[in-house]
Design a binder for this molecule. Sequence first.
Ligand code: PLP
Ligand code: ZN
Length: 420
Amino acid sequence: MSQSHGYMKALKCRECGREYPLAATHVCEFDFGPLEVAYDYDRIKKSLTRAVICSRPQTMWRYRELLPVAGEPTVGRQVGYTPLVKADRLAQRLGIRELWIKNDAVNYPTLSFKDRVVSVALSRSVELGFKTVACASTGNLANSVAANAAAAGLDAYVFIPSDLELGKVVNSLVYGANVIGIKGHYDEVNRLCAEIAGKYGWAFVNVNMRPYYAEGSKSMGYEIIEQLGWRVPEHTVVPMASGSLLTKVHKAYQEFIKVGLIEDTKWKMHGAQATGCSPISSAQKAGLDFFKPVKPNTIAKSLAIGTPADGFYSLKVMKETGGHADDVTDDEIREGIRLLAECEGIFAETAGGVTVGVAKKLIAAGKIAADSSAVLCITGNGLKTIEAMTGHVGATREIRPSLREFEALLAHDQPAMVAA
Ligand SMILES: *Cc1c(COP(=O)(O)O)cnc(C)c1O
Ligand SMILES: [Zn+2]
């Protein structure tokens, strides 16, 4: 294969295996199957060793042979390598031996895992000669496309449901992107974007650029393995919107085995959704291979996709690995956010509350064994979804700037302390 494509070989249909050139295209012309990037794993195996990885900067690009760019990345070069936090206090609360938080709430630059996929999609868009980038988003993707496009000098059009959280709207506008609010839910935004993408010569990161974009999620899986000391956790709990992240973390684990970086072990992939938008978890719990589309109604707006593009494939991965899915109510989402904050000092957005809440349920049900190791993927930052917690976190107690008033307050809380 030509050196000019880096380690990529072609785009390949997931259904029939037909190959396509490495262009901005995402569906097979014969069966409408999704296209996926195919790599030259033999060459990657020769180039990508643990020593090489460790010698590179601590960003997602330390695994660049396994990411779909032909040359050096040009957008989002600082993204990734977020902390993997040993969560002992949360482990105790949930009743599990070994628990880790993969904390993409502090990803660079826009505080969600979407910086990974956008960094790849925009780097590839630049390689393919695009000047304008776009996306259909539930919020975080819009933030990341807007920020990374600004830094790269690209024009951006981001399309979002018009009822998103204020933090996510402002976080797209501030970078000077064209932010289009659609009066409808995400699935309607996405349908419109498919029409627009067909008509204008733009790089739609999650439409015509989707094969490249989706591969960026694998970097979260590579990092988990490296940060755990080159091993795969027995259980990984992943929030699901389209279901793509879950399938790509699983693919990352498989690829590290394929290129000889780790031993082959067993693991289970578990999916987390909000009850108010649970097409994938409902299908998994019913033992079905296909989901039924739903109309979303949940505070977890970042996960509110009623017709998930990778729903079918995420169900397949859970089935193959023996994993489970579950979903949690809005109140359980808030409880999950509070648990993570109070135990580990990490303020996650609603999707994080979904992940923690579902992990709690799966551990309680014995679907994640108490004597095992688990990683929870925390994918976004709580400061962007303040509305979800407003009125649910207690209230500030106000006093005048007087020692007497403070001591009256303290005497009420802890009489012994004031007496001393
Ligand atoms: C987009 C998103 C997800 C899920 O992404 P998919 O790959 O579409 O399943 C999870 N968490 C957050 C915070 C997101 O923004
Ligand atoms: Zn096909």
